[in-house]
Write a protein that binds this ligand. Structure first.
Ligand code: CA
Length: 695
């Protein structure tokens, strides 16, 4: 009899296939808390797990259940999706893995074989934040701009669509979302120069159903869903002059795309301008609005058609890389005695917004971090009260938040027990200077903003490092008030997970994975996860056993430009891992073996102060974003101070001029002369000498 039942169950499974996720099932996600079926677990994306077997009383007994080594080094930022015992997760280079969620056994791996030269178009490492699972298929975006559908059972490709103009520096790092039989996907690339948009593809056929552009087309009608707001958006840009006419203006939607079944809206978080510098992007005209819609906004569109519904612009006339792409949580709060359907948003600019989902009206804005660009938000107009000096038009401005943001892509979560939102927050300043020599270079770093090289002096460097602070912040969204905060050792930390066990989980840049009491912030558990733990942790259950999963990797944004903020990084790339925990878990991670090669004696290059200054400027313009401030690498991409090519002027120049293009090093022939390459070598050799003297 037992066998008969088992046979029937198998037959049913075969009939429906695995991963039969649909809109009804996600809308009722609370009825199956053992699964984590979509990016933020539910359509509200509050990242609250109703599971409570792991709780404040027993979390100290949490141990490793299993660990799986990803196939590629570099950053891992994915939120794992878990459906019916299978985990679907992504790594660097847009590789997808299906794993048995109870044991970690590999079921299949799909590598979309992204050409590695495309890595040079990724501002913030070749990361991927995860998949969407829908109707037996697994959907994901690739660094080179494709959207791919796989059979969830076999990992075989069902369809593939190129969603971008691949001759331009577009990337996809964000997770698709699924609803209404559609797959929603955005893109990135605003630092290099692209025009942002969100597309909806038919989940079954892969056919494009609609597209909403987040910046207007100055030349012609797009024949897209956004056409109805083209005139309105165009009225907020300089129609005749500005780099936006070439770059497309930016406004990429590279993370938050949230489906809201309650108001029948798709919420899009829109990114920064391209270039950053508004006066070069879209020069202001006396008496004309220059807000540059829909940069740094939350935009609501109809999920079926992409038709515009409403928007709220958080940073009008964005000029500091203040994206509004950060994760969005949908909630219903009692405010002033009335129930309000709201969305909660903590974009880079340092404010925490509560926005009315019925009309995009601003309900309140609180300050979650030190910010010097604005003193508050005028509730009468909904506009920030700006500090005019922060707009670096004619002089350098030191501004908080920096382009890293007060809060970045790392998911926040909200506990239904405490009503608090748990936000990874950082405070660091940035100097911004308008680039007087800016010319638009197609496909290259195009921010029209320059930054001072890292000061020579070690004490000043240490002071800068110490001034960068990271926090786990518990925020009361109703009263716009801090409940508690924990100062973290690292200035850049991971996403959060809240659970019905009264817990908040969070990873850190320096490799901790921790659990806190959600009410008090008391630290209850601390695991050495060995590497940066950045993505959103998830919780799921199989056969009554609750698990918590978190990815660890050497990579993500901080490892590229801000390597100087990483203590003692490895000099050789390391692979990432999926680490999964349960009560009483006794598995062990293999011992960490980080390679740290000594630096060779750098060459002596004769160069006067002007040449060194020129070298530093060229380095900052073309190399810093990947190889690090002050030529200090975080260990993900080559540390040029340790590069063999530093020893030889000819090899160095060839590398700058395309000899290693297949490895992902762009060809700078058009922009960097032999003389500039040599000046840069002198600058890097000087930095290498500092390192050599220290070791
Ligand atoms: Ca950006």
């Amino acid at each position: 009899m037992r066998y008969a039942w088992a046979g029937l169950a198998l037959a049913l499974l075969a009939a429906c296939g695995p991963a039969q996720v649909n809109e009804r099932r996600i809308a009722n996600a609370d009825s199956e808390p053992g699964n984590w079926m979509t990016h933020g677990r539910t359509y509200s994306e509050d990242r609250y797990s109703p599971l409570d077997a792991i709780n404040t009383e027993n979390v100290s007994e949490l141990g490793l259940a299993w660990s799986y080594e990803l196939r590629e080094p570099r950053g891992a930022e994915a939120t794992p999706i878990v459906v019916d015992g299978v985990m679907y997760v992504t790594s660097a280079w847009s590789i997808v893995y299906a794993l048995d969620a109870a044991s970690g056994r590999e079921l299949w791996v799909y590598d979309p074989e992204v050409p590695h030269e495309r890595g040079a178009s990724a501002c913030c490492d070749v990361v991927n934040r995860g998949v969407a699972v829908w109707n037996g298929r697994v959907y994901f975006g690739t660094i080179d701009g494709r959207l791919i559908a796989l059979d969830a059972r076999t990992g075989r490709r069902v369809w593939e669509e190129v969603t971008v103009d691949q001759s331009r520096p577009y990337t996809i790092t964000g997770a698709p979302r699924a609803a209404r039989g559609l797959i929603f996907i955005g893109n990135g690339g605003a630092e290099f120069g692209v025009r942002g948009y969100v597309s909806a593809y038919d989940a079954a056929s892969g056919r494009l159903r609609w597209r909403f552009y987040t910046t207007p087309n100055p030349r012609e009608i797009d024949d897209a869903a956004s056409d109805s707001v083209r005139d309105r958006a165009l009225a907020t840009w300089n129609p005749d002059v500005g780099a936006w006419l070439e770059s497309g203006g930016g406004g990429t939607a590279w993370d938050a795309i949230v489906f809201d079944p309650e108001t029948d809206t798709l919420w899009i978080g829109v990114g920064n301008g391209a270039p950053w510098n508004r006066e070069i992007r879209s020069p202001s005209i006396e008496g004309r609005n220059n807000d540059n819609l829909f940069l740094s906004s939350v935009v609501g569109v109809d999920p079926d058609t992409g038709e515009y519904k409403c928007h709220y612009q958080e940073t009008p006339g964005e000029t500091w890389d203040y994206t509004g792409t950060q994760p969005i949580i949908l909630s219903t709060l009692t405010i002033g005695g009335a129930e309000r359907r709201v969305l909660l948003h903590a974009p880079k600019n340092g404010f925490f917004y509560v926005i009315d989902r019925s009309n995009c009206g601003l309900i309140s804005a609180g300050s979650i971090a030190t910010q010097t660009w604005a003193s508050g938000v005028d509730m009468a107009t909904g506009r920030p009260i700006e500090n005019a000096e922060a707009r670096f038009v004619s002089r350098t401005a030191i501004v908080l938040p920096s382009p890293f943001g007060a809060h970045n892509w790392h998911p926040m979560s909200m506990s239904r027990q405490t009503g608090l939102v748990y936000i990874p927050v950082q405070e660091m300043a940035q100097d911004y200077t308008s680039d007087p020599a800016f010319v638009y270079r197609p496909g290259r770093w195009n921010t029209a903003t320059v930054h001072a090289p890292l000061p020579e002096d070690r004490a000043t460097r240490a002071a800068i490092r110490n001034s960068m602070q990271g926090f786990l912040l518990a925020w009361d969204p109703v009263n716009q008030r801090e409940a508690w905060r924990v100062r973290l050792e690292a200035p850049w930390n991971g996403g959060t997970l809240a659970t019905a066990g009264g817990l908040v989980f969070q990873g850190t840049l320096d490799g901790h994975f921790r659990a806190y009491n959600a009410r008090t912030g008391e630290r209850l558990w601390d695991y050495d996860n060995q590497a940066a733990t950045m993505g959103g942790p998830v919780s799921y259950a199989i056969d009554g056993q609750q698990y918590v999963a978190a990815l660890a990797s050497y990579g993500t944004l901080f490892y590229l430009p801000a390597g100087f903020g990483i203590p003692n990084p490895p000099t050789e790339p390391q692979r990432g891992r999926v680490n999964v925990f349960r009560l009483g878990g006794t598995a062990q991670l293999p011992p960490r073996e980080l390679v740290r090669l000594p630096v060779e004696r750098p060459p002596t290059i004769r160069a006067n102060a002007a040449t060194l200054q020129r070298g530093a400027a060229v380095y900052t313009q073309f190399c810093m974003a990947c190889h690090g401030f002050g030529a200090i690498s975080g260990g993900v991409l080559p540390d040029l101070r340790r590069s063999a090519s530093l020893q030889d002027a000819g090899v160095w120049a060839q590398t700058v001029h395309g000899a290693r293009a297949a490895n992902g090093m762009p060809d700078f022939t058009q922009w960097v002369s032999d003389g500039d390459a040599e000046a840069m070598r002198a600058y890097v050799a000087q930095e290498a000498m500092t390192l050599y003297a220290e070791q």
